[in-house]
Write a protein that binds this ligand. Structure first.
Ligand code: NAD
Length: 486
């Protein structure tokens, strides 16, 4: 059913957008239009900025303990609405409900709970200077903009808003245009938890609405999750007003499997690193380097397990592979697969599926595994953001480290080996912000997650992120007479 609803949220309530631009909200599993959504106009963005400015006044004056209590209450309400919000995420993203229900909402709530727990512990320092002293205050930045990608909509909104709000900022969040709905539900959850009006606001639209935020002189920070190309544009736009910038961008991460690895574990790791959420995960280890001596047995086990994956209607709890996000993205992924067939050997998968019961118009592709010899192949070099794994082989540790690092990206990396000295030695040399030893794609809120190189800058999660949403004021206090040369 097509509806036109108010999907903006500011001054503590849902609001009607006023632009003459609309965009479609489509269910990727069926290809059917679910909503037509009106974009925010420049006036709407101004209203959201005014709302955030007044929210900031109230919120930044509240005690940190009170702020923390409200964030933890929001975590509780979010968890209580897990199933309802998970179903909306499934309708918007095409990902399996089994994933959304166990990961997406819970990991968002974890961030609210974690930052809610440490809000009251934020503090400055005291410096004894003899006849004088100084102290620092950790102060909020003011209004922060969050701009989200479509693969983990509510999780991304929480990973940005939780540390921002814990530090006393207000936020205006723009979800990706392909997944606009859950951010508004999060705004409702915040309001129900007692968040003052205007502290968390939502605007909707495509790139031009994002630009209204990145160029706005009253917005002090922008945190983007998106593509490398978008990151470059956002950074350039933010430069005009010297905004603080956090950029969580794309990747083409290496996963290295040494000859002494537990191969069953390595197969599980490689599948987690490539096929979860239909491969639409930024940190995926899509370049799988396997020691030559174990390649045959690794591939045998991998192919056998990949054949077992259940592709189907994402709303069914036993589905493991859902639909890709959009028709455009489906075409992009299929083009890479066609190109890959010319550059490498396709071992399994890579087929468009139009026979999923009840989902005949959906954007389904079976998980693909390529065996590649050429490092220069486009499927080895470029981010596909779909269920496409490339397996390569190596002989020497030094050689594989050099090949793993030979990329513009630096988001993540993984190593499977029983030799822990080698594991640490290798990850210390890998040019990636997030490395896993004997696991992959594990991102608990306690640990900082973020990129190196052109995968972006800054961290999400962990204590490190608090620095990105606050600024340090130093105050010098004279206790004596001024030692004046005049
Ligand atoms: P995208 O770059 O197309 O869009 C991301 C967001 O930026 C959207 O909300 C979009 O409307 C907005 N946007 C686009 N152009 C803009 C501009 N010029 N100014 C301001 N805003 C603009 O990315 P996507 O297709 O939504 O998401 C997929 C990408 O996100 C992949 O590259 C993936 O690797 C990356 N990603 C990274 C992480 C991470 O944590 N590093 C996590 C998830 C996704």
């Amino acid at each position: 059913m097509v509806e036109q609803n108010s999907f903006l949220y500011y001054d503590g309530a849902k609001r009607e957008a006023t632009s003459d631009r609309y965009f479609d909200n489509i269910n990727p599993a069926t290809g059917k239009l679910t909503h037509t959504i009106r974009s925010a106009s420049a006036d709407d963005v101004e209203a959201a900025v005014r709302s955030a400015a007044s929210g900031f006044q109230v919120w930044s004056a509240m005690s940190p303990t009170e702020r923390g209590r409200i964030l933890r209450k929001a975590a509780e309400i979010l968890r209580s609405r897990n199933e309802e919000i998970a179903k909306i995420e499934v309708e918007d993203t095409g990902k399996p409900l089994s994933e959304a229900i166990s990961v997406d909402i819970h990991s968002g709530a974890d961030a609210l709970e974690y930052y809610g727990g440490i809000a009251a512990s934020l503090h400055g320092e005291h410096y004894d200077l003899g006849g004088s002293f100084a102290y620092t205050r950790r102060e909020p930045l003011g209004i922060c903009a969050g701009i989200g990608a479509w693969n983990y909509p509510v999780q991304i909104a929480c990973w940005k808003s939780a540390p921002a709000l814990a530090c006393g900022n207000a936020m205006i969040f723009k979800p990706a245009e392909l997944t606009p709905r859950s951010a508004v539900l999060l705004a409702e959850v915040f309001t129900e938890a007692g968040l003052p009006d205007g502290v968390f606001n939502v605007v909707q639209g495509e790139a031009e609405v994002g630009q209204m935020l990145t160029r706005h002189p009253k917005i002090r920070k922008v945190s983007l999750t998106g593509e490398v190309g978008t990151g470059k544009k956002v950074m350039a736009d933010a430069a005009a007003t010297l905004k603080h910038v956090t950029l969580e961008l794309g990747g083409k991460s290496p996963l290295i499997i040494f000859d002494d690895a537990d191969l069953d574990e390595a197969v599980n790791g490689a599948m987690l690193a490539n096929f979860y959420t239909q491969g639409e995960i930024c940190s995926n280890g899509t370049r799988v380097y396997v020691a030559e001596s174990v390649k045959a047995s690794f591939l045998e086990k991998l192919v056998a397990k990949t054949k077992q994956l259940k592709l189907g209607d994402p709303i069914e709890m036993d589905t493991q592979v859902g639909a890709l996000i959009s028709e455009g993205h489906l075409k992009k992924v299929l083009n890479y697969i066609e190109q890959g067939k010319k550059e490498a050997k396709l071992i399994i998968g890579g087929d468009r599926r139009t026979d999923v019961e009840g989902c005949y118009g959906g954007y389904f592709v079976t998980p693909a595994i390529f065996e590649a010899n050429e490092e220069s192949a486009s499927i080895v070099q470029e981010e596909i953001f779909g269920p496409v794994m490339t397996v390569l082989t190596f002989k020497e540790e030094k050689e594989v480290v050099q090949r793993a690092n030979d990329t513009i990206y630096g988001l993540a990396a993984g190593v499977f080996t029983r030799d822990l000295a080698r594991a640490h030695r290798v990850v210390h040399q890998l040019e990636a912000g997030m490395c896993w030893i004997n696991n992959y794609n594990i991102t608990p809120v306690e640990i900082p997650f973020g990129p190196y190189k052109q995968s972006g800058m800054g961290k999400e999660n962990g204590l490190a992120t608090l620095n990105a949403y606050s600024q340090l004021k130093t105050i010098y206090v004279e206790m004596d007479k001024i030692d004046s040369p005049y």
